[in-house]
Design a protein around this ligand. Structure first.
Ligand code: UDP
Length: 497
């Protein structure tokens, strides 16, 4: 007789490469190693241009095997939203309005011969969880940040909804917040939304956190060795369901790189000595002010080290976070509108030519980090970048800008020990070139640079631990196997009924 059909897991990914890429890797591993079939679902905003990263990720996913398929839900219109609607409002509307389409898809899967085994929305799509309850299957949230951020969210919801007194972090008497694993967070590192309930994202986070309680578990893109306090997570997560550490889930090298930027960076790295280059990047959206860009340039120049710097458009006006506001800048600086390199200090590129490469906006990061010439990473500490750095065994200089990057930077520098933290000493929040140059020297330096030496040693230890975690028998492999087994058992039990 033919083998019984594989139980079917439906993963639902919100727009954004930072969620889509690790979740695609989760789908790939579930299918390749843990005996399920998967459908990977994305959303379609009728007014948005097609996203090249998305389509490359999705096509490489379907190429990886037969038991995996991808579905883009039918487009929904968002034309009625105000033109100044915030990005999270747009995304949440897109997802909510797509729920009827997702429901039809799930119903058609569950009435086919392959039993529906679980629904796995990412952390932004928690409003689809009631569909899991409706169909009687487990619902797990994919959480693409670290467990400490999840703990921060959980206690924010508890504080907000507390029976005794409702409150928020800023009402707490202490200047620091203590989280599991000996993590001590300063107020400035709480992350967007948690510094004050008046921040626009606060209400969204609390609402999402309340919905998480209906989930059966979290699949977290982290691993036991980087966050040991969460290895036995059930207790620490209090009113939240248990969290399972199944990472690091990072994109495979080569999967979706832009050919031109790839070849420029890699050809340049190929010509550099082994372990000689510091890679500087602030993720897909991080932007520095013009003044900060100049300080960074001066710091890199003064450090004397080789560098590969991904330069993004500077932040020009006071904004509510450190991301670039294209419209404002276009207004004021037509001539420099599209060229981040035009904002570098006069003569900088000439003076550093031969030992520094500045590229505009984008580098093939996974390839750069794993290149033999790359020795250190000055990073905004986005969680994907962090895991990519850790997987490559590259020590970091932590320079968080927005979102939950301050949480990550704290964990990495104070608890895990794979990063040196840069903090602005000046009142205006600008990190001075002297501090940047000193941090680069320390992280790149020889054996006499004691802190740098410890951080480099930890980075190598963690690289090995990350590789072990994802191999058969490793912590993340084992945890995912156990979760998949519970899904399969539940599916088999439903079939018997
Ligand atoms: N990335 C890249 N090249 C760049 C900048 C970013 O490939 O020049 C990729 C990086 O490898 C990571 C993702 O974009 O996978 C950024 O995710 P992260 O969570 O680090 O930061 P975010 O962009 O969400 O702030």
């Amino acid at each position: 007789p033919p083998p019984p059909p594989r139980p079917h897991v439906v993963l639902v990914a919100s727009p954004g490469a930072g969620h889509l890429i690790p979740m695609a890797e989760l789908a790939r591993r579930l299918v390749a190693h843990h005996g399920v079939a998967a459908t990977f679902v994305t959303f379609t905003d009728a007014s948005a241009a097609p996203d090249a990263t998305n389509s490359t990720v999705l096509s490489s996913l379907t190429a990886s095997g037969e038991a995996i398929s991808t579905v883009a839900l039918p487009a929904v219109s968002l034309d009625d939203l105000p033109s100044d609607a915030r990005i999270e409002t747009i995304l949440l509307e897109l997802i909510s309005r797509s729920i009827p389409h997702l429901r039809s898809l799930l119903l058609s899967i569950s009435s086919s011969t392959t039993p529906l085994a679980a629904l796995v929305p990412d952390f932004f799509c928690s409003m689809v969880l009631p569909l899991a309850a409706e169909l009687g299957v487990p619902g797990y949230i994919f959480f693409p940040a670290c467990s400490t951020t999840l703990a921060l969210m959980r206690s924010a919801v508890e504080l907000n909804d507390g029976a005794a007194s409702s409150g928020e972090y800023r009402d707490l008497p202490d200047d620091v917040l203590h989280l599991p694993g000996g993590v001590t967070l300063r107020r400035e590192d709480y992350g967007d939304g948690f510094k004050s309930s008046k921040e626009p994202v606060y209400a969204h986070l609390i609402e999402a956190g309340r919905r998480y309680r209906a989930a059966d578990g979290f699949l977290v893109n982290s691993f036991a060795e980087i966050e040991p306090a969460y290895r036995y997570n059930v207790v620490e997560h209090g009113t939240f369901p248990p969290a399972y550490l199944v990472g690091p889930l990072i994109r495979a090298p080569n999967s979706n790189e832009d050919a031109t930027s790839s070849s420029t960076c890699i050809e340049w790295l190929d010509r550099q000595p082994e372990g000689s280059v510091v890679y500087v990047s602030f993720g897909s959206a991080g932007a520095l002010s013009v003044e900060q860009t100049a300080e960074l340039a001066a710091g890199l120049e003064d450090s004397g080290h080789r560098f590969l710097w991904v330069v993004r458009m500077p932040k020009l006006l006071e904004q509510d976070n450190n991301t670039f506001d294209k419209e404002e800048s276009a207004h004021k600086n037509d001539d420099k509108e599209d060229d981040p390199l035009a904002w570098l200090p006069e003569g900088f590129l000439e003076r550093t030519s031969g030992r520094g490469l500045a590229v505009s906006s984008w580098a093939p990061q996974v390839l750069v980090l794993s290149h033999r010439a790359t020795a250190a990473f000055v990073s905004h500490c986005g969680w994907n970048s962090t895991l990519e750095g850790v997987t490559a065994g590259v020590p970091m200089v932590a320079w968080p800008l927005y979102a939950e990057q301050g949480v990550n930077a704290t964990v990495l520098s104070e608890n895990v020990g794979v990063a040196l933290r840069l903090r602005a000493a000046r009142d205006d929040g600008v990190v001075a070139w002297e501090e940047i140059a000193a941090a680069v020297r320390e992280i790149m330096g020889g054996e006499e640079e004691e802190k740098g030496r410890d951080v480099r040693r930890r980075a190598e230890e963690l690289r090995q631990a990350a590789a072990r975690a994802c191999k058969p028998g490793g912590s993340s492999w084992q945890v995912l196997e156990e979760v998949a087994d519970t899904w399969k058992e539940a599916a088999a039990a439903r079939r018997r009924c």
